[in-house]
Design a protein around this ligand. Sequence first.
Ligand SMILES: *Cc1c(COP(=O)(O)O)cnc(C)c1O
Ligand code: SF4
Length: 346
Amino acid sequence: MITRSPAKVQTTGPLLASDAADKARWQRQLSQAIRSPEALCRRLELDPAWLPGAAQGHALFEVCVPEAYLSRIVPGAPQDPLLRQVLPLAAEGETPDGFVNDPLSEAAHTPRQGLIHKYAGRVLLIASPTCAINCRYCFRRHFPYDANAPSRAQWQQSLDYLRDDPSLHEAILSGGDPLAASDRQLAWLVGELEAIPHLKRLRIHTRLPVVIPERIDAALLDWLAASRLQKVVVLHINHANEIDDAVMAACARLKAAGVTLLNQSVLLRGVNDSVDDLAALSERLFEAGVLPYYLHVLDPVAGAAHFDVPDGEARALVAELRKSLPGFLMPRLVREVPGEASKTPL
Ligand SMILES: *Cc1c(COP(=O)(O)O)cnc(C)c1O
Ligand code: SF4
């Protein structure tokens, strides 16, 4: 089984050579993230009985959790919905039929290195190969990131691809987590995108404002607020407990910079598979100024089968949820079907 490269601290980025000399506070937080099952179990006061399984899962996909996220987890509570997203388990070694390494067949839609073009009008750019956290259910846990972290020259090829196709109106920065790249790198990339006249929108899919809210700092807000492009940030939050005061404040800073805030979640067994959890998440998102966008059913990635919620149950949950929320707080339940022209509503 291929293992993704660990979410190591970025000393060299995908866009430019090293600019790590003056690290931002969020970068220092990231470099201090917990990266071993032993340290994770110790920090969260878990029974040592969890260790062997955690070590097995870690061997398949490395642990990475920064303190800002850990501080929202209740110590000694193995069923904590945030802990379940980051604690490796022996079950990750099980791969039932249908659970594969590249569930979305992205390899077939990569016309340039680090560029995925599946849907009309928009392309996805892998702006950083790494993340600030390793989520156990991640559909990119086997993604060959090393082969998808382009150099400056390779970026020019992706930018040419965008320039040459006037039907493209939106660039989506993804990863990994695009905000794991430095602001110098991102400001350069966004500057290049802005110069493409047919591009209207910049969309950023990120979990960093939730994992390390300090990531939304002055350096980031500078280039973001200055951009002529319409800006959308799609956060990735799965549970109301992930939204603490620091996350609320980070969302407020993004909104003040002119960003439209949306959220996508993944429906996960043992994390948010109840009407109460999903309703609380939508309510809390709106308090933070964020609208629910998608609720994804799990992509069948090898190692994540224990998070799966069957379609019938997912539909029933969402039908119940609709009875307790205003329409604008209802996420769309979708699945990504390889080969389809959009996400597929369930
Ligand atoms: C999900 C996805 C998008 C965005 O789809 P929307 O429905 O616009 O949110 C774009 N490109 C790729 C490759 C995707 O996987
Ligand atoms: S932040 Fe997103 S891309 Fe990174 S590990 Fe988590 S789910 Fe995967």
